[in-house]
Design a binder for this molecule. Structure first.
Ligand code: SF4
Length: 473
């Protein structure tokens, strides 16, 4: 563990470079490691072409020095959501690092795992991680690097097993509360601008963290780490580098920032393009949408989440039909190409009437401006009021999705995500360590849907599912 001059960390993203470098959390930890005296991070990813390393028997190596990650004393992962778990297994396996923590010795790197997934359910990560950081990692990483410079593996595990925000599988008795950093550490922002990312050449910055609202399905709701924490416009603007031609404002609830108009106006006035990760329909107005159009927007994207007004009320989502009609009008008036709406189907208590309302209302919106619907099945997450709510059976979801598609045929673009893969996500979101072991078997068996289904059944994976509650709370 001890390295005299420099402590090297292989910082891995369990997907390709283009996806990983679009993650603000990943970039933030990369910067924090470099800020730590005597420490340095090198980044590693899976290949853009899936299976390429396996075909060529290439161990995963770092982007900076092309060193195989098994040569590093510490291998750290940032993991955003459940279906990235197989990517973590693939990276460890390609590198000859034992997948299971109990099979590792002093000769293997210490495997540290953190990232947004740890806000909800880290349990399926536990068979594979030596240490898990829960929640916000910007301060914990410095304590970790200090410890790693002076302690051996066992001392590290013992130290972090009793630390708030850390979970050492096999040692920490229960999952502790997630970590929260001092507000002075905000905002997170990009370290590196690169053309080869999903958000090409975009400088990412977080003008606020968390959310003050209370949607009952959402991990980032007001009860998480004290709700919304704001960064001043001056601070946000001062951190944007001169060479950034595009700026992405990232956060759970960016348009709820009380100074959002001022921040956007200054960025657009400087001739830069703008992107915002979360536009709330009830916060849109003519001035903001016109600024977005000036800043290069072609599609106005927001979420309504519940299929009907009734379902939105059930989950405390404050978006109304009036807000969405206004959003469509604003998009049309600003000459944007379309409105894109994210929807969820399969919330507890949802009926065919709710789906029919979604169809009727989408047709209404499409008369105002071209409309796309991105539809995902509802997946209950831990640490939310809807934790433990059941997953609607796949055939029933498929019937609802076909009803929506045929009801909106040729009038609205419909992009549903797969009900089958949402079920896999659900099993991992609601499962314990046995769900992680099942994931390893499914990945070894090729990762098809049937291999996941078989693995969950064979390993008798239990979820935290509770009986449906009629009003969804
Ligand atoms: S869904 Fe959005 S608005 Fe609702 S609590 Fe989560 S981040 Fe906030």
């Amino acid at each position: 563990m001890h390295t005299p001059a420099s402590l090297r960390v292989a910082l891995c993203y369990p997907s390709s470079y283009s996806v990983g470098m679009s993650s603000l959390g990943f970039q933030t930890i990369y910067r924090e490691i470099h800020l730590h005296p005597g420490a340095g991070a090198e980044r590693a990813f899976l290949p853009e072409e899936p299976g390429e390393y396996r075909k060529n028997r290439t161990p995963v190596f770092t982007y900076e020095s092309e060193t195989p990650i098994y040569d590093f004393p510490i291998v750290a992962f940032s993991i955003a959501y459940e279906l990235e778990l197989p990517g973590l297994l693939e990276i460890l396996d390609l590198s000859g690092i034992p997948l299971l923590r109990e099979d590792r010795t002093d000769k293997n790197p210490l495997v540290l795992v953190g990232g947004p997934l740890t806000n909800s359910n880290p349990a399926p990560l536990a068979p594979f991680a030596d240490i898990i950081f829960l929640g916000e990692g910007e301060e914990l990483i410095h304590e970790f690097l200090d410890a790693a410079a002076g302690m051996n593996r066992n001392e590290m595990l013992a130290h972090f097993s009793a630390r708030r925000g850390c979970y050492v599988p096999g040692m920490t008795p229960d999952y502790p509360a997630i970590a929260k950093v001092e507000d002075t550490r905000l905002p997170a922002h990009s370290q590196i601008l690169t053309q080869h990312t999903v958000l090409a050449s975009m400088f990412l910055i977080e003008p606020e963290r968390g959310c003050s609202r209370g949607c009952t399905y959402c991990v980032m709701r007001c009860t998480t780490n004290g709700g919304m924490r704001l960064v001043s416009p001056e601070k946000v603007l001062s951190l944007i580098p001169d060479n950034a031609r595009r700026v992405g404002l990232v956060g759970a609830s960016v348009t709820d920032h009380p100074k959002i108009r001022e921040i956007v106006a200054k960025i657009v006035a400087s001739g830069r393009e703008i992107g915002i990760s979360s536009l709330r329909a009830d916060r849109l107005n003519e001035e903001l949408v016109n600024l977005l159009a000036q800043g290069g927007y072609r599609t106005l994207t927001t979420a309504s989440d519940g299929a009907s007004e009734r379902m939105r009320r059930v989950v405390d989502r404050k978006t109304t039909e009036a807000h969405l009609i206004r959003a469509a009008e604003l998009a049309r008036n600003a000459r944007l190409q379309r409105l894109k709406l994210y929807e969820m189907v399969g919330l507890p208590g949802e009926t065919v009437d709710d789906i029919d309302e979604l169809i009727r209302f989408s047709l209404e919106l499409a008369k105002i401006t071209p409309l796309s619907l991105g539809i995902s099945p509802f997946v209950a997450k831990r640490n939310t009021p809807l934790d433990g709510a059941p997953f609607e059976p796949i055939p029933s979801l498929d019937r609802k999705l076909s009803r929506i598609r045929s009801g909106l045929k040729e009038k609205v673009e419909v992009k549903p995500s797969s009900a089958r893969w949402a079920w896999v996500e659900y099993m991992l979101a609601q499962g314990g360590e046995d769900a992680g072991i099942a994931a390893m078997h499914a990945w070894r068996a090729g990762g098809s849907f049937s291999s996941w289904k078989r693995a969950f059944m064979t390993h008798e994976v239990k979820t935290f599912m509770r009986r449906p509650v009629p009003d969804g709370r």
